[in-house]
Ligand binder design. Structure first.
Ligand code: SIN
Length: 307
């Protein structure tokens, strides 16, 4: 395909149009505003903000983060400021800065997921909802909805009824069969899928003999999980028709290409933001140069692995 279009990195994820396919992953980029000293956040294709619930949440006891070989464990427990503070105090600034905001949402029941989705219908400047049915760190909601098709579809259908916004559903690698969940969610009305969230893990301090996280277990992210994520993106690509947003341990543009070849139409970058706050914008530039050099657009790469 020729690359004479105005913006060669522009992507369509169903009804969601982004200037480029690089998205900052929820939970690793705060509400976007925390990064404005380092980055022009309007340059990032999308910012998936920390999961928002109807009411504020304090999350799990500390410590909630620890480093592991080639990765990181977190047990945040979806701590967030809640709908009102996000909308009234953060959205005005995000709009002013021209950020492309994707709201990751969390509920403990189908009706709570639907309610928060409904409330976002009236908020100016929201590009899409990312329905989080895959957090491993909460006692209800989260991953409990995302590990099998039926509850995943029920949440998706409830949100679909409540929202006019493009709907991304974020999948869990803990599902017995992620393709079954992906198909169920597609049939229930999701516009696109993001995958994978973290894998459940544990790390123990051998001196104290205590877990290094306050609640014992947490979600593993970072390069350690990348081959699992790439495999799952490829499996889901072959199982559904809706577009995929791949994530899991991306630290370079090379990794982005790997996800595209497996089947992604866009990617999210998470853990790597902690060590390089400019990684998202750096990769946007690299992707742009790559497309110009090879006279392609990103969608030319999707699913093009040679098996
Ligand atoms: C958390 O807040 O515990 C992490 C969020 C997630 O894994 O979805």
């Amino acid at each position: 395909m020729n690359n004479t279009a105005k913006n060669i990195l522009e992507v369509n994820l169903g009804p969601l149009k982004l200037d480029n396919p690089i998205i900052a992953a929820s939970g690793t980029y705060g509400y976007g505003l925390e990064y404005t000293d380092f980055v022009d956040i309007a340059k990032i294709g999308g910012i998936s903000v920390k999961g928002i619930s109807l009411n504020p949440r304090i999350g799990n006891p500390e410590p909630r983060i620890c480093e592991t070989p080639s990765g990181m464990l977190n047990s945040i427990g979806l701590a967030n400021v809640g709908f009102d503070v996000f909308v009234n105090e953060m959205m005005p600034r995000l709009r002013e800065l021209g950020a492309s905001v994707i709201v990751n949402t969390y509920g403990t029941s189908e009706s709570e997921f639907a309610e928060i989705a409904k409330r976002f219908n009236d908020v100016e400047g929201i590009k899409a909802l990312e329905v989080n049915i895959s957090c491993p760190n909460v006692k209800s909601g989260g991953m409990h909805f995302g590990i099998s098709g039926k509850p995943a579809a029920a949440v998706t259908a409830a949100v679909r009824k409540a929202t006019n916004l493009p709907m991304i559903v974020k999948l869990s690698p803990e599902a017995a069969d992620i393709t079954e969940v992906a198909r169920a969610v597609e049939d229930a009305g999701a516009d696109s899928l993001s995958l994978i969230n973290t894998l459940k893990g544990m790390s123990i301090d051998v001196n104290t003999r205590k877990p290094r996280l306050g609640v014992g277990f947490g979600g593993l992210s970072g390069p350690a999980i990348r081959p699992i994520a790439v495999r799952m993106v490829n499996q889901v690509f072959n199982a559904v028709k809706i577009p995929l947003i791949g994530m899991g341990g991306i630290t370079s543009f090379r990794d982005v290409l790997e996800f595209f070849l497996a089947g992604a139409s866009a990617v999210q970058i998470g853990t790597a933001n902690f060590s390089n706050p400019q990684i998202c914008t750096e990769i946007v530039d690299e992707f742009n140069n790559y497309c110009i050099k090879n006279n392609i657009v990103p969608s030319d790469l999707t699913g093009k692995v040679i098996l």
